[in-house]
Design a protein around this ligand. Structure first.
Ligand code: SPV
Ligand code: MG
Length: 293
């Protein structure tokens, strides 16, 4: 079944607004997006960290926004589930956000998450007390994004790094409220604590004013039931395909190096048929049957 862009935007929006919790899986290219979809995930997170990492780059906006967009477009082309792009700070000011948002609409991306840090960003888990964007500036970006979206159901998620920056719960709540008023469809409350305590406290005090998104990279031991009970809308597993692929490639390459042979590991790795099935080979053969002279 062919899923069009409007369907993807509508689907992502419904997951964000729905009562049910939705788990969103990280992907960093078309293949990992397809694997996430096959596993049953209803949406894919095009992670800035992971896309940068696969390009061999630091998560510091060393990849240009068009390079990131190209990867996200390959992802969106290869899956029927919606892709939510990690749009970092929007790659500049509201002018850049306007152009980014329009381009996302042209390239099949169903939503963007913008964070209230300064361009060029630094990954949330590096360094302490990172600087935040002034609230009004970030609200301008959110309004610019909402006004520029191509599809009416495109999602703009406002991510606040207030807790990570060590500025406390009151400011986090204040910022989230301002971002909600500026038109954000959901708030992503980020934390680098080892437990979910501060995220859950935020959720309690937020009182479901708008949907909440969390990224339990550091507080990964928290059971999903805690997020359900807190009324969290979406949980993003933000980097786990990337990290598992690093481990798998390391295991395989060192075994081949050690054994001077693939024989000991051949059974443990994906077959070529799996590769063909995960990519466009099946469709290409059908096209051959129809069009080859
Ligand atoms: C990413 O996946 O790039 C994120 C999430 O922004 S995190 O790295 O957990 O901050
Ligand atoms: Mg990121």
């Amino acid at each position: 079944m062919k899923v069009n862009y409007q369907d993807k935007c509508r689907a992502l929006k419904s997951y964000i607004l729905g009562d049910d919790i939705t788990f969103v899986m990280e992907a960093h290219n078309a293949l990992s997006a397809r694997i996430a979809q096959e596993a049953g995930f209803r949406a894919v997170w095009a992670s800035g960290l992971s896309i940068s990492a696969t390009l061999g780059l630091a998560d510091r906006n060393h990849a240009s926004w068009t390079q990131v967009l190209d990867v996200a477009e390959f992802m969106a082309d290869h899956v029927s589930v919606p892709v939510l792009l990690d749009g970092d700070t929007g790659f500049g000011n509201y002018q850049n956000v306007m152009r980014l948002t329009r381009k996302l609409g042209q390239r099949g991306i169903a939503g963007v998450c913008l964070e209230d840090k300064i361009f060029p960003k630094l990954n949330s888990f590096l360094g302490d007390n990172q600087e935040l964007t002034p609230i009004d500036d970030f609200c301008s970006k959110l309004r610019a994004a909402k006004d520029s979206q191509v599809d009416e159901n495109f999602s703009v998620i406002a991510r606040t790094e207030t807790l990570i920056a060590g500025r406390g719960m009151e400011e986090a709540l204040e910022r989230a409220e301002r971002y909600r008023e500026a038109g954000a469809d959901a708030i992503l409350i980020h934390s680098k604590r080892k437990t979910a305590d501060e995220v859950l406290e935020f959720a309690r005090r937020w009182e479901r004013r708008s949907p909440l998104v969390v990224v339990p990279t550091m507080y990964y031991r928290t059971p999903a039931s805690a997020f359900r009970d807190a009324g969290i809308s979406c949980v993003i597993w933000a980097n786990h395909s990337l990290r598992s692929s690093i481990s798998a490639m390391r295991r395989t390459t060192s075994a081949i190096m050690r054994n001077e042979s693939v024989a000991p590991i051949e059974e443990d790795i994906a077959s070529l048929d799996e590769v063909f099935n995960l990519t466009g080979e099946v469709q290409a053969r059908e096209a051959d049957k129809r069009y080859a002279l």
